[in-house]
Design a protein around this ligand. Sequence first.
Ligand code: TXA
Ligand code: MG
Length: 329
Amino acid sequence: MSIVVVDPAAPDAGSIGKAADVLRAGHLVAFPTETVYGLGANALDPAAVDRIYAAKGRPSYNPLIVHVSSVARAQDVVALWPDAADRLAQAFWPGPLTLVLPRRAIVAAGVTAGLDTVAVRVPAHPVALALITAADLPVAAPSANRSTEVSPTTAAHVEKSLGDRVDMILDGGPTHVGIESTVLDLSSAHPTLLRPGMISIARLEAIVGPIVQASHTGGEAARPSPGMLEKHYSPRARVVLVDASDVGMRVEQERASSQRVGAMVITADVEPSSTIMRLPAEAEHYASRLYATLHALDDVGSDVIVIERVPNSSEWLGVQDRLRRAAHD
Ligand code: TXA
Ligand code: MG
């Protein structure tokens, strides 16, 4: 496996060309997007797509997102391009919004895990766009981590999780958005939110009208995304979510039972230290640091990570979702 450092704003054509060759040869390249690092393969090559599942240890029923460089290239992989898709793409692409639409047969069946729909997005990262454009392929890419682990926001996170299971890592520094894209299903009667992200429901509704929220419990109105496992985005350490006023007490309790304790707080009245980390009070900045902080607390050998519950407002929905899954055992 090779790690190639590239300028995130202006990656050099030579490095991108090499990575594109790796993709065209049917191998795996990890690359930065604006959300998290992706583990890319040629979405038209069934054997290459199988390598993604093998490298991640990902269950075969959990479909992948196809990354493309433009609306025109998105239309190569979807069978329908409704007006709503067009308006959303105009508003949010390139960016952290994934649209689920009826698929075309050209897409390798493994990408969609046998579904008749495909998830597609144009990432807002110069390295990702340069790679996809140079390869001249739709690139299937889940987050570049072993299944159920915390997603990577740096090349070092990718290396720690996947090691030699990936052929090449393009190191474009830390990613900015910090949590995965918002996934919106446009293939059924009503636009349905399958995974919350940093593009809020309110911003989507302003463009396409009312959006159905897929329930975690699987109600009648909404089916969750096939891959939305309850245990996901999980550090090795046990994660507990508590109210701000209980953080100090919980940290003391865990220490009293000989646990190595890490904590992530926003407002809680506790003394910061190398393992008691204070995060920003704005959702956007919190999300940007969430996974790197979980990785860091794991790396120092925390047994438990005590996390202050985040606010209940709409801009925190994506972060709330990831924290809930991280805490699920
Ligand atoms: O920000 C992101 O979305 C990152 C970067 C690399 O682009 N990718 C990512 O991929 O998070 P992954 O594979 O970890 O998550 C893909 C999500 C899963 O929840 C999966 O179930 C859903 O998208 N998905 C993919 N195809 C789908 C489909 N046809 N129908 C419904 N859900 C789908
Ligand atoms: Mg993932």
